[in-house]
Design a protein around this ligand. Structure first.
Ligand code: JFZ
Length: 574
């Protein structure tokens, strides 16, 4: 009987194990890559955020939808798309110089226009424009020569050019079964063309699955793995059947994530090129976002929106190149690393490899000592990664104190390399560091009673999604959020809150209890939307001695609704 059960278990469990093992092998390169280039390029770059004399601020690639452009009009725009300055080798060189290990380019976005030679639909760059070339073929060749993996973005559900595609509600009346027909006659044939005509691919980046059936998502996954067994499928294929996880647009997860994942961000605020968007992120911001993403174990997919002439915005070329110069000096701390073993760190984050820890110091300490809290492992040596200069250090209890020069050697993000023997043991409790602004985040709170952890996403300009994670749902004194942390230096610290507070919420009074002290406060009215956040100083408390403390926050009285708490900041008076 036992033997039969054993065989049965193998028969049942083996396929799952094999599937998981295959997925693990498939994601190996992805997990090591850490940094990729997203390219949103299409007919919408010709409109560049403007149509019929009007300006459409926000994401440029949605211009057809926002201006309710008729397909016949958009086809004329497509006919005028002629990127004569397009040079695939130049684009790949920008990615290479940026330290990006893979490129994901829009093969077909929601406008339905194929940026590749498609037999499944004549609505494509070769047949419907005077350009007549297949840029994805040229890009595939340039990527192959440069050793950069290539992926294709494909909008498998939204297609504003086709009656069966979702999204065009200004021309088409969708009937049941329309999508199924579109799925069979355009979507799958085009995905197969991408899988069979452009050489080995790293991934297919499906997007906005809408209400596709699970069987349809599975059909796409099987199609990809049939023709390209090593090719990854993004989670936006829908129905939780992707090979790796894509977070929301512009979303940075607040916790480390074990499975293979990607955070994706625009360089300004638009995926497609827009003449109206100059809000470029600086090199420092990009390097810190890369560092934060890697510190949580993920890849940073950074977007560029090329112009309709085939050139990339110079702002992107310059910032990407400077980012690559930083990476080149610090690549040991970037590629093939794992996430930080530390809880929230006030001065930056870290990445790790067996036997090595890479401290990413974003904020240099006031004095000459950098405190690395809660290390229970014997450190072998400490040095600047780039210069290899050894650094003097000593232990203060279980905190590592590193003696530093007064100026950051690398003003963007200085990497300090620690080596150690044996197993790494780090204190899981957050340490509040003197000389820094320390953040208590919702994800790290112990929630008591009805308190909920909730993610919000909201648009600033159209399509410019922002994300916030808050504590909400308080109904009264029994509902508390409690943080446990260690304080390394006794003294006075200011406590500030960042929250939004709906106008109709009756509970305005709250109380913070910490180190035997109570700070009662009344929240200020911030506005009607969850994202109307406000920063409020609520008081100064004194930690009588170094050690472990708890901070609790709760409404003063019972009732309905209280603040949506985004963070608590605690800092000394350095
Ligand atoms: C989609 C596209 O609509 C957009 O144009 C761009 O290509 C972006 C990368 O992907 O936008 C999304 C998709 C998903 C979410 C938000 C915007 N989401 O899950 O919240």
């Amino acid at each position: 009987m036992r033997k039969i059960l054993g065989v049965l278990a193998v028969v049942i469990l083996l396929p799952e194990f094999t599937k998981a093992q295959k997925s693990e092998e498939r994601t190996q390169w992805f997990r090591e890559a850490k940094f990729g280039m997203f390219i949103h390029w299409g007919v919408y770059a010709k409109a560049a955020g403007q149509w019929d004399g009007k300006n459409y601020y926000g994401i440029g690639e949605w211009i057809m939808y926002r201006a309710k452009i008729k397909t016949t009009e958009y086809e004329k725009l497509a006919g005028r798309f002629n990127p004569v300055k397009f040079n695939a080798e130049e684009w790949v060189q920008v990615a290479k110089d940026a330290g990006m290990k893979y490129i994901v380019i829009t093969a077909k976005h929601h406008d339905g226009f194929a940026m590749f030679d498609s037999k499944a639909s004549d609505y494509n760059i070769v047949k419907a424009t005077s350009f007549k070339r297949d840029p994805l073929k040229e890009l595939a060749e340039a990527c192959r020569k440069a050793g950069i993996r290539l992926g294709f973005y494909y909008s498998q559900f939204q297609d504003w050019h086709e009656p069966g595609g979702a999204g065009n509600d200004w021309e088409f009346k969708h009937k049941p079964g329309d999508f199924d027909k579109y799925f069979e006659t355009k979507c799958k044939p085009q995905v197969k063309e991408l899988l069979t005509n452009y050489g080995p691919l790293g991934l297919i980046w499906f997007d906005t699955p809408g209400d596709m059936k699970k069987e349809q998502s599975m059909e796409l996954v099987e199609l990809v793995h049939k023709y390209q067994p090593g090719c990854l499928v993004s989670s936006r294929v829908g129905n939780d059947v992707g090979d790796y996880l894509d977070f929301g647009d512009g979303e940075m997860p607040t916790r480390k994530v074990d499975k293979a994942w990607e955070a994706l961000f625009t360089h300004n605020d638009s995926w497609g090129y827009s003449v109206l968007d100059h809000n470029w992120k600086s090199t420092e911001e990009i390097v810190h976002m890369l560092s934060e993403t890697n510190g949580k174990g993920g890849n940073f997919l950074l977007n560029v929106g090329p112009k309709s002439d085939g050139t990339m915005p110079q702002e992107s070329v310059d910032v990407f190149r400077r980012t690559g110069q930083w990476i080149e000096k610090n690549k040991a701390a970037v590629y093939a690393t794992n996430y930080s073993p530390f809880p929230e760190l006030a001065w930056g984050t870290s990445t790790s490899k067996p036997g090595e820890l890479f401290l990413h110091v974003h904020k240099w300490p006031e004095g000459e000592l950098l405190r690395v809290p809660g290390i229970y492992t014997q450190i072998k040596d400490v040095s600047f990664l780039e210069s290899k200069e050894n650094l003097r250090y000593e232990m203060d209890g279980n905190d590592l104190l590193i003696h530093l020069p007064c100026r950051m050697p690398d003003s963007l993000n200085t990497i300090i390399r620690l080596t150690y023997n044996g197993e790494l043991r780090i204190d899981s409790i957050q340490h509040l560091l003197a000389g820094y602004s320390n953040q208590l985040l919702p994800v790290n709170a112990e929630r008591k009673g009805q308190v909920l952890l909730k993610q919000y996403m909201f648009m600033e300009e159209f399509g410019d999604w922002k994300h916030a994670e808050v504590l909400e749902g308080w109904t009264g004194e029994a509902d508390q959020a409690v943080w446990t942390f260690k304080v390394e230096k006794a003294g006075e610290y200011r406590i500030s809150l960042e929250y939004s507070y709906p106008l109709d919420a009756p509970l305005r009074e709250g109380i913070i209890t910490v180190a035997g002290q109570k700070l009662q406060f009344e929240t200020l009215l911030t506005g009607t939307r969850p994202e109307d956040f406000y920063k409020q100083d609520v008081g100064v408390i004194s930690f009588p001695s170094p050690g472990e403390y708890k901070l609790a926050i709760k409404p003063c009285v019972s009732g309905d609704k209280f603040i949506k708490l985004k963070k608590i900041t605690i800092h000394d008076f350095y």
